[in-house]
Ligand binder design. Structure first.
Ligand code: GAL
Length: 689
């Protein structure tokens, strides 16, 4: 049965981490030698040496090569490449190869294939054509994992196991009969009885009452909008089903090779298919993440956001960047290359946020298959290329940064809270506003905080919230009792919390909390709202009390102050249906902290001004030298004898001589270009006495 983990409080139960200090930082890529003739292998290994590659992930998609039929196995090629790696001194993060089952398996057992919401089968021909809940798939896949563990468990090249690959990248939501059966068991465990399920799902509505667990289905395409709690529970279940699969492989690997650490690559910023990664982190020995740069303005802010979130999920211990791209990807509508320098900038920014391994998809650019136009370390043009020279330079630079490996990230004083369940609940239809864009809103607040010249952590709602002086939790839609208490305790203890409209509105079952919005946070904030007033995208409201011309979009509300300790920081001037002078932003002093409510989506300067005001009032002064304040994203790691700052130019102007920047932090330049130009990053070492 799939364990019901979605509501576990979720602090890492055991320390995460791999002994990164063993070899310094890791640098490498997915390596797919079986997609190339053998003659190429020796050249690959020679060039890997030239580039300073220390680790490869293989064989991610090689099941069909390793097991040509149900009872036939071919490990020879893998033995050979593993030995070549060991001889070359390159470590292997060994994938269990279970991500793409071979055609003979899906032909014999089409019942392992996932089924979409509309009842379509996802046929072979691509990858990830498997259901996490399929007993047949598991039988074959776990057998493969076990054989790999037995064969390579003590191989000198092996340093880690890599379960499957990007679990849920394409098969996150499966609506098959296997999934239906597993979903029912999961629901039985969660609710114990049908009465409790009917209550939690609010099935009195629209005659949805269940009288037998067998009547329950995944939320397949229905005649109208499905039950919201069923949708939310299906997201939880889908995350738990993949997590259970991760555990199943891990159990086998741990049994055979207890000494080898296990990871799997998360996608913490995945929009449609982000899983409960803060929970999953409990099941891996070290956290890994994949990140692909979003081209366009603000790209580097988004990258830092992802890196910081990964660090929080990893418990602020080192983690691995398992995949990013040296240049273009192949899966956007238009796929521009990275410009010179951006490769190093992206890598160092991840490193600054705690990455102990800088890895890419993939070593050698494919000449066949769906990813042939995806960049790699070794491009189609070969080693005599601008890109490969940048790869070599990065390899050299990482060698020089070896002393950072194993060092933890130092928490910032300011944090942005991400809550995956709130995110999931806001992806539903039938909301007051369907363009709320949870991820986008978090990024807006993140950018406003970065503009202050402070370090900012992106923290999971399961992290230690009370460790932050200023904590922003936008659109925190679902607030179960336990989260409410943790927020209240944090504020009592001195955290200054900021939250926005449509927060605290519902509990863990997505039931609206009665008595007025923002429900669970009403008392803490000292305000009450009777009616939600979302705004069409082309409308705006005017606000007074801060920067002139303050404008809000997306949402407005008639906010009633219910507690005399509440100060009104901003008021509505012009807003549809709202009397002029109505509070728009309020702040209540509570214990040693405060709770601020922002009832509209403040735009640019208005948001910046509010954030500045709040930061000043809590004594959160700029942490960075004046010349780079707001212009550089800063992250900090603490080593044995030194602190390591990484500064990334966010791309608006050149920031001068890198050595001067390093000196202004009281340290010396460890990596990065001579000048901190647009699109550059530097690492600075500050010795500690
Ligand atoms: C990832 C995947 C890799 C590769 C890459 C391309 O999602 O894990 O195998 O496909 O995307 O960007």
């Amino acid at each position: 049965m799939i364990a019901n983990d979605s509501t576990s409080p979720g602090f890492p139960r055991r320390p995460l981490g791999l002994d990164g200090a063993r070899r310094g930082l890791h640098f490498g890529a997915d390596y797919n030698p079986d997609q190339w003739p053998r003659e190429v292998w020796a050249e690959d290994i020679a060039l890997m040496g030239q580039a300073g590659v220390t680790v490869v992930t293989l064989p991610v998609f090689s099941w069909a090569h390793i097991q040509p039929g149900p009872d036939t196995w071919d490990f020879e090629w893998l033995d050979e490449i593993m030995d070549m790696m060991a001889q070359a001194g390159i470590d292997v993060d060994m994938a269990t190869s279970t991500a793409s089952p071979p055609a003979w398996l899906t032909r014999a057992h089409p019942e392992v294939l996932p089924v979409t919401r509309t009842g379509d089968t996802l046929w072979p021909g691509g990858r990830q054509q498997w259901r996490p809940t399929s007993p047949i798939f598991r039988r074959y896949a776990l057998d493969l994992a076990q054989r790999l563990a037995q064969r390579y468990g003590s191989h000198p090249a092996l340093i880690a196991w890599h379960v499957n690959n990007e679990l849920g990248c394409h098969n996150a939501f499966d609506y098959s009969d296997d999934a239906a059966a597993a979903f029912r068991l999961w629901l039985r465990e969660r609710y114990g009885s049908l009465d409790a399920l009917n209550e939690a799902w609010g099935t009195a509505f629209w005659s949805q009452t269940y009288y037998d667990f067998e009547e329950i289905l995944p939320p397949r395409l229905a005649a109208s909008e499905p039950n919201p709690t069923q949708l939310l529970d299906f997201r939880r279940f889908s995350s738990d089903a993949l997590r259970d699969y991760l555990r199943a492989e891990s159990e086998i690997l741990r049994e055979v090779t207890p000494q080898v650490p296990i990871t799997t690559n998360f996608m913490v910023m995945g929009d449609g298919n982000a899983m409960d990664y803060p929970g999953w982190a409990d099941d891996v020995d070290f956290v890994s993440n994949d990140h692909y740069l979003e081209p366009g303005p603000g790209a580097i802010d988004e990258l830092a956001f992802s890196a910081s979130l990964t660090s929080s999920i990893a418990g602020h211990r080192p983690w691995w960047l398992m995949e990013h791209s040296t240049s273009a990807v192949n899966w956007r509508e238009v796929n521009p290359p990275k410009r010179p320098g951006e490769l190093a900038r992206d890598a160092l920014t991840h490193l600054g946020h705690g990455a102990d391994a800088i890895c890419f998809f993939q070593w050698r650019a494919s000449r066949v298959g769906a990813e042939k136009y995806h960049a790699a370390l070794l491009p189609h043009a070969g080693a005599d290329s601008r890109l490969f020279r940048e790869v070599e330079a990065l390899g050299a630079s990482l060698k020089g940064l070896a002393e950072l490996s194993g060092s933890d990230s130092v928490r910032a004083r300011a944090g942005i809270v991400i809550d995956y369940e709130s995110w999931w609940s806001l992806t539903q239809e039938f909301l007051p506003h369907t363009h709320l864009d949870y991820r986008g809103q978090l990024l807006e607040w993140y950018r406003a905080l970065l503009d202050l010249g402070v370090r900012v952590d992106v923290v999971s709602s399961r992290d230690e919230l009370g460790d932050y002086d200023l904590l922003v939790a936008p659109l925190l839609h679902l607030v179960p009792q336990a989260l409410r208490e943790r927020l209240e305790q944090a504020v009592e203890g001195g955290t200054h919390l900021v939250t926005t409209y449509f927060s605290g509105t519902a509990d863990e079952n997505d039931h609206v909390l009665l008595g007025g919005y923002p429900g669970a946070l009403r008392e803490l904030l000292g305000v009450q709202v009777e009616e939600l007033s979302p705004l069409p995208d082309d409308e705006q409201v005017r606000i007074s009390g801060g920067a002139s011309d303050a404008v809000g979009r997306t949402w407005c509300e008639v906010v009633d102050v219910t507690d005399e300790s509440v100060a009104v920081l901003r008021r509505y001037e012009e807003a549809p249906g709202i009397p002029g002078g109505t509070p728009a932003v309020t702040r209540r002093q509570v214990g040693a902290g405060s709770a601020t409510y922002v009832s509209t989506r403040l735009q640019d300067e208005a948001l910046g001004a509010l954030v500045r005001e709040l930061a000043e009032s809590v004594g959160l002064g700029a942490e960075l030298p004046e010349a780079v304040q707001g212009e550089a994203i800063a992250s900090l790691r603490r080593g044995k004898d030194a602190d390591y700052w990484t500064l990334t130019n966010r791309g608006r102007k050149a920031l001068g001589d890198s050595r001067d920047v390093a000196a202004s932090l009281g340290g010396r330049l460890l990596a990065g270009p001579d000048a901190l130009g647009i699109g550059d990053a530097v690492v600075v070492r500050v010795a500690r006495d």
